[in-house]
Design a protein around this ligand. Structure first.
Ligand code: PMV
Length: 320
C-alpha cells in the first residue's frame, strides 16, 4: 500500500494556454515539451486504513493548501472509496514559481498512487489523470521530446524523440523564487474571457506544432529556436492583452532575454522560453551549456542558475 515515484518537470516549447473543458481540465491546444533530467520530484504515497484524513508534506512542511487537489487526484486513481493516504513530496528546485513543479508533482503522484493502490493503469490512462490535475503534468509521464495532442474527448501523448536522440541542455535562470501571484487555471480563464488575441492564438497553434514537429524530426536547432521563441512571446502577448493584464516577467527576465540575444548574435545556438512565471529557460547545445550558464549568472538580479539535460518520463522507484 506504499510506493514512491520520481518525475522531472517538463518545459513546453509549443505551449498550452487555455482550456476547452474546465471541468475535465482539457487543454484548448496541443503542446510540445522537453522533459528535464536533473530537476526532480520524489513522491511517496501510503494508503493507510488507520488515518482519519489525507495528509500532505511538501519539502518537510505540512501543506494544507495543496491537499484538496492532491486528494482529488488520489480519488481519480484509486477511487473515491479508497483508504486515506499520507503523501510526501520532495523537490530539488523552487516550487510554484514557473518551474513546472506541478508537472513533476502530479506525474509522480499518479504513478505512486497507482503502484500503491495496485490499480495497474496504462501510462496513457495515468497521463490523462495527471492532466486532469495539472494540464502540463501529463507530459512528464514521458521523456525526451513529448507531444500532447487533443484527441477527441481526451488527450493523447507520444514521444517525438528520446533524450538520447537529441540531447539538448536547458539552463534555467531563476529571477525570483516567490510563488506566482495568480494560478495558471485562473490566468488561462482570464485570457479566454478577455484577451483580444486569444482566438488568434488558438487558430495558429496547429501551424506552430507542425513546424516544431518538423524541426525535431530533422534535428534542426535553428527551426526549433524560431518557432519556440515565437510561440512563447505569442502566449505572453495573450496574457499582456488580458484584463486585468498578466505580466509574469520582471526586469531581470528581460535582462536575461537580452543576454540570450547577445549570445545568438555571437553565433551561439541558444534560444529562450518563459512560462507562467519570471524564470527564463535557455535551451542550447550541451557544449554551450557552461558558457550560457556563466552568461546568465552574470545578469544582475539572477538569484540562481540551474543546468539540466533532457531525461526520461516518470517512474516508480520503490513499491513495498
Ligand atoms: O499545467 P498548468 O496548469 O500549470 O499550465 C502550464 C502552462 C504553461 O506552463 C505556461 C505552458 C505549458 O505548456 O507548460
Amino acid at each position: 500500500m506504499r510506493a514512491t515515484a520520481k518525475a522531472q518537470p517538463n518545459i513546453a516549447l509549443v505551449k498550452y494556454w487555455g482550456k476547452r473543458d474546465s471541468e475535465r481540465n482539457l487543454p484548448a491546444v496541443g503542446s510540445i515539451s522537453i522533459t528535464l533530467a536533473d530537476l526532480h520530484t520524489t513522491m511517496t504515497v501510503e494508503f493507510d486504513d488507520s488515518l482519519s484524513g489525507d495528509t500532505l508534506v511538501v519539502n518537510d512542511d505540512k501543506n494544507d493548501a495543496m491537499l484538496p487537489r492532491v486528494s482529488r487526484c488520489l480519488d481519480s486513481v484509486a477511487g473515491a472509496g479508497r483508504s486515506f493516504a499520507s503523501v510526501t513530496s520532495d523537490s530539488n528546485f523552487p516550487i510554484a514559481a514557473g518551474l513546472a513543479s506541478s508537472a513533476s508533482a502530479f506525474a509522480a503522484l499518479v504513478l505512486a498512487a497507482d503502484a500503491a493502490a495496485g490499480t495497474g493503469y496504462s501510462r496513457d490512462r495515468l497521463a490523462s489523470l495527471a492532466g486532469q490535475a495539472s494540464g502540463s503534468a501529463a507530459r512528464s509521464l514521458f521523456g525526451g521530446f513529448v507531444e500532447l495532442e487533443n484527441a477527441g474527448d481526451d488527450i493523447r501523448l507520444h514521444e517525438l524523440c528520446t533524450a538520447r536522440d537529441w540531447p539538448l541542455a536547458v539552463v534555467v535562470a531563476i529571477t525570483a523564487s516567490a510563488p506566482k501571484p495568480v494560478s495558471s487555471t485562473v490566468a488561462m480563464e482570464t485570457s479566454r474571457e478577455t484577451s483580444p488575441f486569444y482566438d488568434r492564438w488558438i487558430e495558429q497553434q496547429e501551424a506552430d506544432l507542425a513546424e516544431a514537429r518538423a524541426a525535431i524530426a530533422e534535428r534542426s536547432f535553428e527551426r526549433l529556436a524560431a518557432v519556440a521563441e515565437h510561440n512563447c512571446l505569442k502566449m505572453h502577448s495573450v496574457m499582456w492583452g488580458s484584463r486585468p493584464p498578466m505580466v509574469f516577467w520582471n526586469s531581470t527576465t528581460l535582462a536575461c532575454m537580452e543576454a540570450v540575444r547577445g549570445l545568438q548574435a555571437a553565433g551561439r545556438a541558444v534560444f529562450f522560453t518563459i512560462d507562467a512565471g519570471p524564470q527564463l529557460k535557455a535551451v542550447c547545445q550541451p557544449a554551450d551549456a557552461e558558457h550560457v550558464r556563466e552568461t546568465l549568472a552574470r545578469v544582475g538580479g539572477v538569484e540562481q542558475v540551474v543546468v539540466s539535460g533532457l531525461g526520461d518520463g516518470a517512474r516508480v522507484v520503490a513499491d513495498d
